[in-house]
Design a protein around this ligand. Structure first.
Ligand code: SF4
Ligand code: SF4
Length: 115
């Protein structure tokens, strides 16, 4: 079990799926529809969106996604991409605010590098 699963007290998946879901947050309205359909409950509301200035968005815990595609199928805004496993891990940080890989993807003001 990885540390993220331990933190959330959710079971880890049994094998590596061929594809993973990546939510392109620039198109996400935060409607939570995908959360309802995910069979392993691995889509989370991005921490910090409780702030009135922030639009609610969600992202996938890639360590737990089983690649079933249900979220992509039912997202009303068509903003979830099913990508090959390695490609998803590579591209997720560019599409998410606080990536599931534990990296920030938006560089702080005055910095050219993400932290
Ligand atoms: S269903 Fe689509 S728009 Fe709605 S929260 Fe999920 S990713 Fe965002
Ligand atoms: S592909 Fe399936 S398991 Fe992965 S986030 Fe979407 S609904 Fe959940």
């Amino acid at each position: 079990m990885n540390s993220e699963s331990e933190r959330l007290n959710k079971p880890s998946r049994k094998k590596t799926p061929p594809k993973l879901a990546v939510i392109v947050q620039s198109g996400c309205t935060g409607c939570e529809c995908c959360i309802v359909f995910c069979p392993v409950d691995c889509i989370e509301i991005v921490p910090g969106v409780q702030s009135a200035q922030m639009q609610q968005v969600v992202e996938v815990d890639l360590a737990r996604c089983i690649g079933c595609s249900l979220c992509a199928k039912y997202c009303p805004w068509d903003t979830i991409s099913m990508l090959p496993y390695d490609q998803a891990l590579q591209e997720a940080p560019a599409a998410t605010i606080a990536s599931v890989c534990g990296q920030k993807t938006i560089a702080p003001i005055g910095s050219s590098q993400p932290q």
